[in-house]
Design a binder for this molecule. Structure first.
Ligand code: TTP
Ligand code: MG
Length: 402
């Protein structure tokens, strides 16, 4: 296939005909997301360095007095999940240990994370975008890709409208990059953070993208970045100009080709609008109704089998889940469900079984059973799980009746 066609680039042929209309892809990322949601709740903290992190915990002495906790008063091994831009000015960032952060910004306010609240705002901002542009690929709690190719309007105007709608619906700001593909848009959305709009075409590649370090490309992690640096490649431009053979020798042919395509801004991945599954579950109806006491062994065996099958499903589909639930149907068809939310997402059969057991402790077995089901929800994609696990949450249980 013609290179230009493959990348969806508008190509004028000598006859003047356009081969493929250039795509217009936006990447939208919320600004200091968790911290900004907290500032809606505590507007008096606006303009101050604020850090989100640590476990959900019992109220500290400061909180009991109705005061905010300062980083200087923190002790423990927690990490910052994010920080306001005012705190970032002191060098505080996602992933930094809170004790280290305290040394940098002792006066900064420390707030615990409230993931349920962030989830609510996440749904709200996505719905606000969908009112203007419905072709959305969900990339996690605070970012999305949007295919704007068929949405009328000039790019900058459209981005401004989307930002206005998000602000109106949530009170929050975001940054948007618009380019011909996802790879460039993901880079572009960061170029004018916070509250920015960056529109780039392929013609801007050399001036705007090539001066950046290779690690700004989503898919070039710390290891690849260090290896490139050791080869003297410290910008995306240098990567674009690198000898393919040298890259192939260092990274293997496939990744080397991807590196070169990325450095040249080539990416034809579509915006995938399919909804992510909310949960993955397995259930089984018994051949005869079982009694919790008399048929204990059989029930245990069935339960373990279900856990293993769900774990297998998760592995095949590439997900981990944090909420483990159980469903029982009694002989009289009444249904009861229970679930528990773990500290970290898992797909380990034994971890799922342990969680299911803790759910079952909250079930009354006064009738025989005809069905048992195991469900894993609050799913995260395996690729995204690394950052999701950083978001540590204290275990809690949420009984759920149907
Ligand atoms: P980011 O979009 O990376 O960061 P941010 O929204 O806080 O700031 P920015 O303005 O630079 O976009 O991540 C979104 C949320 O995900 C962030 O608010 C907190 C959470 N998070 C973690 O829990 N752990 C992490 O390591 C990172 C990077 C983010
Ligand atoms: Mg963000």
């Amino acid at each position: 296939m013609n290179e230009a066609l493959k990348n969806g680039v508008l190509q004028s042929f000598p006859g003047g005909a356009s081969a493929v209309a250039e795509r217009r892809i936006a990447h939208l990322d919320m600004d200091a997301f968790y911290a900004s949601v907290e500032l809606l709740r505590y507007p008096e903290l606006k303009g101050l360095p604020v850090v989100i992190g640590g476990r959900r915990r019992r109220a500290s002495d400061a909180e009991l007095r109705g005061e905010f906790m300062r980083l200087a008063d923190y002790s423990g091994r927690g990490v910052a999940t994010t920080a306001t831009y005012e705190a970032r000015a002191f060098g505080v960032h996602s992933g930094i240990g809170l004790m280290k952060a305290a040394a940098l910004a002792p006066e900064a306010i420390l707030l615990p994370a409230d993931f349920e609240e962030y989830g609510r705002y996440s749904r709200r901002f996505k719905a606000a975008v969908a009112e203007i542009a419905p072709q959305i690929e969900d990339r996690g709690i605070d970012e999305i890709y949007i295919d704007l190719t068929d949405v009328p309007g000039e790019s900058r105007t459209l981005a401004a409208r989307i930002k206005d709608n998000v602000r109106h619906a949530t009170g929050l700001s975001c940054s948007i990059g618009i380019t011909p593909n996802k790879l460039l848009s993901k880079i572009a959305s960061e170029l004018d953070k916070p509250d920015g709009i960056t529109v780039l075409t392929h013609a801007d590649l050399a001036a705007r993208i090539w001066p950046l370090p290779p690690k700004r490309i989503n898919g070039i992690g710390p290891r690849a970045s260090a290896k490139l640096e050791a080869m003297g490649i410290d910008t995306i431009g240098a990567l674009a100009a690198a000898a393919p053979a040298a890259l192939a020798a260092a990274f293997g042919a496939r990744y080397a080709q991807w590196l070169l395509d990325a450095a040249h801004g080539r990416d034809d991945r579509p915006v995938v609008t399919v909804r992510e599954p909310k949960s993955i579950s397995r259930e089984t109806t018994f051949e005869r109704d079982l009694d919790q006491r008399r048929d204990r062994e059989e029930l245990s065996r069935i339960l373990l089998g279900l856990c293993e099958r769900v774990a297998g499903d998760l592995e095949r589909k590439g997900y981990l889940g944090r909420t483990i639930g159980v469903k029982l149907r009694y002989a009289d068809f009444a249904i009861v469900t229970r679930d528990v939310t773990l500290e970290r997402p898992t797909r380990d059969a034994a971890a799922i079984r342990d969680a299911v057991r803790s759910c079952l402790k909250r079930v009354v077995f006064d009738r025989r059973l005809r069905l048992l089901g195991v469900r894993v929800g609050a799913l995260v994609r395996e690729d995204d799980a690394a950052s999701a696990t950083e978001a540590v949450i204290a275990a809690e249980s949420l009984p759920l009746f149907e």
